[in-house]
Design a protein around this ligand. Structure first.
Ligand SMILES: NC(=O)c1ccc[n+]([C@@H]2O[C@H](COP(=O)([O-])OP(=O)(O)OC[C@H]3O[C@@H](n4cnc5c(N)ncnc54)[C@H](O)[C@@H]3O)[C@@H](O)[C@H]2O)c1
Length: 351
């Protein structure tokens, strides 16, 4: 069987521990190139994992080897510039989250990718969780009736990442852009991707560079970018999104907060015929006139493996991925509107 030949652009923390790790174990794929602006690191990672080609830029990769798809795992602000270069050559693109940080730039990329028949997938990992898939099946068959209110929350107690993640120019935002993107995407997808009417938010940096002892955080592998020590983004954002179908979503995100440690996404959905929450996935419904709790039993899956499998299958079959560029763009529009609402201290109405 012919293998899909791929390259990874940006071989930092997530790419080495996840993308490279899983791709290397797949029969359907061959990783033939790595790219990183940190030449020492890319060479070391390529040698460690037996990858035959490594380069300092996407341009150098495209000039020297032919690949069918690239995985973009670089700082958020660089995603789209790299994706455009690949799409111009008809190469399929997997982009880590968020798709980008600039709405016009992402729109332009999305049009280019479509014109060149390039498939795009955004790394919204949580959509591949078994419990989320089960919850989606209840929501899709209308088990909750009319869902009028939803809550989505992720509070880390001391989980602010280190490095470029706190620099707006490179990350596009803080907690909301980094982890809020997962929470918002999951809630929006489960709700059936309704159209947004308006958003309102408060977005602040209150704990900043705390010095709390005995805690650890996600750290970028790029020491040069890390040395900039910029912190000009939010570490807490709470928002309210009103959809055109009448549903309202309450979103709460923190990298760091003075409260209970809870480093997992919690979701609640309230409908006139039932309710649901995650996690654990639970459905609340009347059955036979009796209030009942349904707690589905299931085996967990390996979400990253399933996410990467899905993209590779889409490339092989030339099918649109579960999370394409347009959906990534819709999420980015909501994230930016939440920031705008906080900056302007008012509700933002979307067109
Ligand atoms: N889906 C998830 O669960 C998940 C988890 C962690 C990170 N991420 C995303 O993955 C991306 C990377 O995060 P990370 O934690 O691995 O960061 P990182 O800083 O450890 O790695 C980024 C790498 O990209 C390289 N780089 C920078 N600019 C480049 C360019 N123009 N071309 C090529 N290489 C370049 C850096 O040298 C670095 O090695 C981010 O977008 C982040 O949001 C996703």
């Amino acid at each position: 069987m012919k293998k899909v030949q791929v390259a990874i652009v940006g071989v930092g923390a997530i790419a080495e521990s996840t993308h490279l790790h899983y791709l290397k174990g797949m029969d359907t794929v061959e990783v033939i190139g790595l790219v990183d602006t940190d030449l020492q690191r890319v060479e070391a990672v390529a040698e460690k994992h037996g990858i035959p080609n490594w380069f300092e830029s996407i341009e150098a990769l495209l000039e020297n080897i032919a690949v069918e798809a690239v995985f973009i795992c670089t700082p958020n602000a660089t995603h789209i510039g790299i994706a455009k270069k690949a799409a111009e050559k008809g190469i399929h693109v997997f982009i880590e989250k968020p798709i980008g940080i600039d709405i016009d730039e992402v729109t332009e990329y999305s049009n280019l990718a479509k014109a060149n028949n390039v498939l795009t997938m955004v790394g919204m990992t949580h959509r591949f969780r078994r419990d989320a898939t089960i919850l989606k099946s209840y929501l899709e068959r209308g088990s909750l009736g009319n869902v009028y209110y939803a809550k989505a929350k992720l509070f880390r107690r001391r989980g602010t990442p280190k490095g470029w993640f706190t620099n707006k120019e490179l990350a596009g935002g803080g907690a909301l852009m980094d982890i809020g993107v997962h929470v918002l995407d999951l809630a929006w997808w489960l709700l059936g991707q309704p159209e947004v009417q308006s958003v309102s938010a408060t977005s602040v940096s209150m704990l900043g560079n705390y010095q709390t002892k005995y805690t650890s955080a996600w750290e970028s592998k790029n020491n040069k970018l890390n040395a900039q020590h910029v912190f000009d983004v939010d570490d807490f954002t709470a928002g309210w999104i009103r959809f055109r179908n009448g549903t309202v979503l309450n979103l709460e995100i923190a990298w760091a907060i003075n409260g209970e440690e809870d480093d997992s996404i919690s979701l609640e959905f309230y409908g006139n015929e039932g309710g649901a929450k995650l996690s654990p996935v639970t459905i609340f419904k009347e059955d036979n006139g009796i209030f009942t709790k349904i707690e589905p039993e299931f085996e967990n899956n390996d979400v990253y493996q399933d996410e990467i499998n899905h993209f590779i299958e889409c490339v092989i079959r030339n099918e649109k991925p579960l999370i394409d560029a347009d959906q990534g763009l819709e999420i980015l529009k909501m994230l930016q509107a939440l920031y705008t609402s906080s900056n302007q201290q008012k509700e933002i109405i979307l067109d």
